[in-house]
Every structure is written in C-alpha cells, then in structure tokens.
Design a protein around this ligand. Structure first.
Ligand code: GLY
Length: 568
C-alpha cells in the first residue's frame, strides 16, 4: 500500500510538469562569440586578449597557451600561477594529441602522516593554509616543456605580455577586488609583510595593481628558462620564505621537478571521440565513465535539467566518484586500473542497478566516510588557432591564492596543493576508506586532481575544447556541458550558461545552482529520495566549439569575468 501511494506520488509529480526540453536555464543570457581564425577563452579579459594577440602575431594555439598561463599568473593571481601546477591536453591540426602533466609534487621530506597529530587526527588547516601546504611547483617547467615541443614563436615573445602587465599594472575587476577583500585577514595571518596585496579590505573596482618583483621574476624565466625559477634568486626567495617557518621544500625538490608528457585517456561517446587527462588527474577516467554510462539513457527525451536527467546523472556520478575514491592516484606510485575502469562490461555491471524510480544510497555503493574536500578554485582556458591546433589547460594554486603565502621578493603566491592528497590515508581503515593508499602522501608523488581539460572529435575532426575550475565539481561540470551540446542542442555559450548540478558519492546530496532549477524539478527529485543543497555556482567553463562550417564558437562563463576573444 505504501509502495502504491509512493508510485502514485511520483506519477502525479511527473505528470503535472512539462519537461524543460532544450531550454538553457534562465540564470544567464550571455551570447556566444563567433570567429573563423582563432578563439581564446579564459577567466580574465586581459589574459584572453594576450592569447589573441599572440595568435594575431602568427603564434599557434600552443604559443598562445604559454602566454595566457603567464598572463593569468599576473592578472588572476588567485588561480593563475607560476608557483602552482596543472594539466594540458592538446590536439594538433594533423590529429596528433597528447597531454602534459605539470602537477605539483610532494616534497622529498614529506610523509604519509605529516598532517596528523599523535592520535592520528588531522591537524586542522595544516594541509590547506601556510607553508606546509605547499607542493613543489610545476607550472614554469610545464610551460617551458610545452613551448619546446609545440611552440613556434620565441619564448621571450610569449612571456613579454605578462611582464608588461606586471610592470605597467592592471586594473582590478569588481569580482577580483571583492576576492582580495575577502582574503585580507588570511593574507595577514600567512605573511610577515605584504606590500602588494594588503589594503585592509579597501580594494575597489578599477584599482591598479603593480607587481615589479613578479615582472623581474618573469624576466629571469625569460632569460634563464627553467633555472630562472628553480635555481638562483627566485628559488632562494621561495626557500627563504618557507624554511624559517618550518617549510620542508629545499633546492633538491626544485632540482628534481620535471613535468611529464603522458598519453591521453580516450574513449567513444556515441560517434564522438573524447580525449582527456589521465592520472594523476581523475578527470579523464571519471568523465569517460560518466559518458559511457550515459549511452544507456535517452537524455534528449528526458530533456535538459528535467528531474529524470538530473536523477540519472546523479546516479552515474555517485558510482563514478566512489570508484574515484578507491582506485585513483599518481600512476607512477600506484597501479591505477585504467583498463578495468573503462571496460564496457565493468561499466555495464557498475551501472546496472540504477533505477529510474528511486535514488541509491551512497552507503550501498561502497562503505566510506570521506568527503572529497578539494577546493572549488582553479582556472581553465581553451584555445584554438586558425589551423585548428587546439589546447585546453587547467591550472591551479588549489585554493584561492593557494596557501596565502606570498613570496614578497619574487611577487607570487605559493600553492596549497598538498591538500589534494588524502591526508588521512596513512592510517588504513581507521576512516572506513577502501584502497585509500592510491592517493596517500609520499615523497615526489603527485596529488590526485579532478582537473579535466578535454577535447572532443567528431568524424576525425576537432569538435570542442572544454574544461572548468571547481575541484570535485570540475568533472560533473564538464560532463554536463558536453551533454548540453550533444544531447540538448545548445550552442557553446548556452551550454556554459546552463545551470549545473553535482553529486560526488559522499556526502550523499545533490548540489544545484540557486535559482537554476524549476521548483517542480526540485520537488520531483525529493520524491525520488534525493537530498538537495543549493550552491551559488557550479563550474566556470571556458570552451570552444567548432561548427560544421568551421566557425569557432567561444563560450566564456558568465559566472566570472571570463571572456572569449575570436579572430575574425
Ligand atoms: N586542486 C584542484 C584539483 O586539482 O582538482
């Protein structure tokens, strides 16, 4: 009887609403930028303009990417960086593809239990704030490698715009002024002196920031390459900032750092070839699992952001994130079962118990008590040049302004990427974690990431470059943006604008963007058993779509200052 009334309730709720169909949500109405000779979409208008300028000078997409990475380190210092890390996925015009891992590494003196007290409890904030949260930075080595392999213009041309922005100053946008104000107290706490970014919560739109020390650091990188950063004055400045406060990074860490070219992970979603980032990012594998799982469902019929769509996406995500927590880590330290995770019979059985009528409890998927606690910051940019060379880079300091430690003598913030390790995993089973050693801390290991720079091909041709910041929400934001284009017929900007949802196995709740879903849809999801929780924003995408006539469509997220600049 109880079951009968429950089913009746579902029927009533579902029948008294029309599907939202292919309606991008009403939160944002930004229009796509279109061009035919190149597209640069980044988190900041000045960085997008730098990338476009490099393309106008005859540089390729990879040149533009190097220039954008350095420009973001100046104008977007809460995530753009030279003392962080990231991942690049590229596809050359001739179809060759690959990925570059310039993720930070754990210092040589790190240990699996370095954030635990004698009772094996996590010491609050030690892995997120201040000196001990810093991983060995990878971005400078990454950009030099990227330029060496794929660049066409001289390196000094690519770093010049960033140097000029640092030296001549740049204006704060409203969003960035507010972010700086928000973190003033943290800056004070983490630094003995702060000449450039402290202003007692008085930052205003249009205020100029000048960073002469950063300009000098960039000059050293220009003139000396990798050793301009990892040796000499700048390396010494970083060590001098960290060592007196108990920091463990030494010159040996800088000497040992190397970015790594890796084979991409690739798989089919219907007639599309999806190329993404392999471990130590979880992004590519999780995205492919989600897309593979989606093939069994008709999202076109469900309709965009209908309760059915969100329910099925949630159920897929619940299972994929449980796998992520168990199996993924740095492949140089842990045998990640990539083939198993992407095997079609494994996936068929993994998703076989998904029901249209009710949610699954996360505890029935897998026992565990851990939350994925990655920060929601980071930044992504997508670039395509006139020949359709394409690159997506997601790069990060982890939290906003990373560890909040600013190397005053060199002009940049240090990351707090160590927090992306499972800091509790040195004590197996105590927290109910299964296979948690995959992402345990070890000297020189790379921490697991969710960054998902991704490229799609259709019929052997470039179709899309896409990615997002957002910690654990990166993967689900990229997944939905792809479905929005392929299944819900949105253009690139509509797909980016559209409101997103997120589930990550634990905690067992669906995040959704405030005012982004119809109230009836929320009700229907509750009837299916889901717990719902609003968020201000999910994802902050910068993406490029190539239409069948070769037109490039840029989608830059209205949730930030993100800007797409096209070359006509
Ligand atoms: N720090 C965010 C990530 O790597 O996913």
């Amino acid at each position: 009887m109880k079951l009968l009334s429950f089913l009746l309730l579902i029927l009533i709720v579902f029948s008294c609403t029309t599907k939202q169909g292919n309606q991008p949500n009403k939160l944002y109405s930004k229009q796509a930028v279109e061009a035919t000779n190149g597209m640069v979409a980044t988190a900041h208008p000045l960085a997008s303009e730098v990338g476009a300028q490099i393309l106008r000078q005859g540089g390729n997409a990879f040149d533009a990417a190097v220039a954008v990475q350095f420009a973001l380190a100046v104008v977007y210092p809460r995530a753009g960086n030279i003392a962080g890390g990231g991942f690049a996925v590229y596809r050359k015009a001739d179809g060759e593809k690959g990925s570059l891992d310039f993720r930070e590494k754990a210092p040589l003196a790190s240990a699996f239990d370095m954030y635990l007290d004698e009772d094996e409890n996590v010491i609050p904030k030690l892995s997120t704030f201040g000196i001990l949260s810093v991983g060995v930075p990878g971005s400078v080595d990454g950009m030099i490698e990227l330029h060496k392999k794929l660049g066409s213009l001289p390196f000094d041309v690519l770093i010049q715009p960033a140097m000029e922005l640092a030296e001549n100053g740049f204006k704060l946008t409203e969003i960035e002024a507010n972010k700086l104000n928000y973190y003033q107290k943290d800056f004070l706490k983490a630094n003995d002196s702060l000449t450039y970014f402290y202003n007692g919560e008085n930052w205003k739109t249009g205020d100029y920031i000048f960073l002469p020390e950063l300009a000098h650091t960039l000059k050293l990188i220009r003139d000396k390459g990798r050793s301009g950063f990892y040796e000499g004055k700048i390396a010494q400045a970083m060590i001098a900032e960290m060592q007196p406060k108990g920091g463990i990074i030494t010159q040996a860490d800088f000497d040992a750092y190397k970015s790594i070219w890796r084979n991409t992970v690739e798989g089919q979603y219907k007639e599309y070839n999806v190329i993404s980032m392999p471990p130590p990012s979880s992004g590519g594998i999780a995205l492919l699992q989600l897309l593979k799982g989606s093939e069994a469902f008709d999202f076109k019929i469900f309709g965009h952001n209908s309760a059915e769509s969100i329910h099925i996406m949630t159920e897929l995500e619940r299972r994929v994130y449980a796998d992520r927590a168990t199996y993924l880590g740095d492949p140089d330290f842990y045998d990640v079962p990539v083939n198993m995770l992407l095997d079609s019979s494994y996936l068929a059985s993994r998703f076989s118990d998904i029901s249209l009528d009710k949610k699954t409890d996360s505890k029935d998927i897998k026992e565990g008590e851990v939350e994925i606690i990655e920060s929601v910051e980071t930044t992504h940019f997508s670039i395509v040049d006139k020949d359709q060379n394409a690159i997506g880079i997601t790069t990060t300091l982890n939290g906003n302004f990373g560890s909040k430690v600013f190397v005053e003598k060199a002009g940049f913030f240090l990351n707090n990427e160590m927090d992306d390790f499972s800091v509790k995993t040195g004590v197996p089973n105590q927290f109910g974690l299964v296979g948690a050693e995959a992402n345990a801390i070890a000297p020189e290991k790379r921490m697991l990431s969710s960054m998902t720079p991704t490229i799609l091909e259709k019929e052997g041709k470039l179709l899309m470059v896409v990615g997002s910041p957002g910690g654990a929400t990166i993967i689900t934001a990229v997944y939905q943006t792809i479905l929005n284009v392929i299944e819900h017929d949105m253009d690139m900007q509509q797909a980016v604008n559209a409101s997103k949802t997120h589930h990550q196995w634990l905690p067992d709740r669906v995040l959704y963007e405030k005012n982004g879903l119809d109230s009836l849809v929320l009700q229907q999801l509750e009837v299916l058993g889901h717990t719902l929780e609003p968020r201000t924003a999910i994802g902050k995408m910068d993406a490029v779509l190539i239409l069948s006539d070769g037109t490039m469509q840029g989608g830059a997220d209205p949730r930030g200052d993100d800007t797409a600049v096209g070359l006509k």
